[in-house]
Design a protein around this ligand. Structure first.
Ligand code: NAP
Length: 396
């Protein structure tokens, strides 16, 4: 593969997939996007943690070969484009990549870079594991009871951007068409948004969640929906999801259940241990991901990934926090834990475990960045780079 502006490393090998399985070499090349704002600080810290864990786990037999690719301000400054073609091609070609947060340029005509990447590479599942780390300040009495993985649909629902402002010709035309043709009673000066949900997109998401649940030995999958009100979108989502389980996984030993979205928000608080994998349409999935992360006090340390059938882009879930840029201040936890997801995905589970254990130990020692320090009594406030060093020192 030839790139216009970036040069892949000369050592290392590509991750690929054959026969429905990822093939991971000993020295995989992993492209990374540093990101804007706090991105460079957290990426530098996280990569030190990743390299140390791999060295510790495999004693030099394995090594990540990093390949920097560009998006956001750094890309724009060097080539006048926020999302160069090379970047998308590298992620697709090297199958697995990791990124820091990206600024959405303010001003006309720019789509969010994150949304563009997801759409261009058809990364249809947003996967967000949420678990508790002992010692993290949480609003709950028993935050440890929550341990879920949310599979949020990434390509449909009211998020696709098919919407028109009230009073525009488009909105008026649609309203008039619906009111005259189908007898709807939509007020004339309404804004209009379309909520598409398809069997195809629902089923591939559910299929991915079931495969994950099987591989990871999880107990249940809950389909989260508002199908009692929106029968042909959210209700259909529920039916299609059940259908995949019934028809494609006969004899499945995992409980499949469903919950109406509002009740789900109550129960995730009152009975969190009854939930395991959650499969949700785009909007519900967005809300429940942050609600769950908040329950365990982990909004700033919540990891995530956007995944297609094989291609996966792991990312910090927070934004660029511009006021803290280049201060070596913020928590690199979200990106570090996204790296843990990435290592799990490519089968470097020994390295993942080393990071998780060391991360937990560091928090128990109350060595944390400002965001956690301000909520913890007796904490030692560390810089981003010092926090990474503390994690590395705690690796055993
Ligand atoms: P943000 O960057 O997430 O920051 C909001 C606040 O969250 C920060 O001021 C800080 O809180 C806290 N925070 C975020 N990251 C943190 C970290 N690593 N450690 C500790 N605290 C952290 O949200 P925003 O200000 O709304 O968005 C800024 C830019 O990021 C926008 O351009 C937006 O489009 C972009 N964005 C990108 C992504 C992405 O790339 N995936 C996601 C969301 C937003 P305190 O002020 O309380 O300390």
């Amino acid at each position: 593969m030839k790139f216009d502006r970036v040069k892949p490393p000369s050592n290392g090998e590509k991750i690929s997939f054959h026969g429905g399985k990822l093939q991971v070499p000993q020295n995989p090349v992993i492209p990374y996007i540093e990101g804007d704002g706090v991105g460079p600080d957290i990426m530098k810290a996280a990569r030190r943690v990743f390299d140390s864990a791999v060295a510790k786990a495999y004693g030099g037999r394995r090594k990540i070969i990093w390949f920097e690719i560009f998006a956001g301000e750094k890309a724009n400054n060097s080539c006048g484009e926020y999302l160069p073609k090379d970047t998308l091609e590298a992620i697709e070609n090297y199958v697995v990549a990791i990124k820091g947060p990206l600024t959405t340029p303010v001003g006309g005509g720019y789509r969010s870079l994150n949304v563009t990447i997801r759409q261009e590479l058809d990364l249809y599942a947003c996967v967000r594991p949420v678990r508790y780390f002992k010692g993290v300040p949480s609003p709950l009495k028993h935050p440890e009871k929550l341990n879920v993985v949310i599979f949020r649909e990434n390509t449909e629902d009211v998020y696709v951007g098919n919407e028109w402002e009230a009073g525009t010709g488009e909105a008026k035309t649609i309203i008039e068409y619906l009111n005259t043709k189908f007898g709807t009673k939509i007020r004339e000066a309404s804004g209009i948004g379309i909520k598409p949900m398809s069997e195809f997109a629902t089923k591939r998401l559910m299929r991915k969640a079931i495969k994950y649940a099987i591989e990871e030995g999880r107990n249940s999958i809950t389909i989260m929906h508002k199908g009692n009100i929106m029968k042909y979108t959210e209700g259909a989502f529920r039916e299609w999801a059940y259908e995949v389980a019934r028809e494609e996984f006969p004899g499945l030993k995992i409980i499949i259940k469903d919950r109406i979205a509002d009740s789900m928000f109550q129960q995730i608080l009152t009975r969190p241990d009854e939930y395991d994998i959650i499969v949700a349409p785009n909007l519900n999935g967005d809300y429940i991901s942050d609600a769950c992360a908040a329950q365990v006090g982990g909004l700033g340390i919540a990891p995530g990934a956007n995944m297609g059938d094989f291609v996966a882009l792991f990312e910090a879930t927070h934004g660029t926090a511009p006021k803290y840029a280049n201060q070596d201040k913020v928590n690199p936890g979200s990106l570090i834990l996204s790296g843990v997801m990435m290592f799990d995905y490519i089968g470097l589970k020994e390295a993942s475990k080393i990071i998780i254990d060391a991360f937990q130990e560091t928090i128990l020692q109350k060595k944390v960045t400002y965001d956690l320090a301000r909520q913890m009594e007796g904490a030692v406030e560390l810089k981003t780079s010092e926090f990474a060093s503390a994690i590395i020192e705690n690796m055993s």
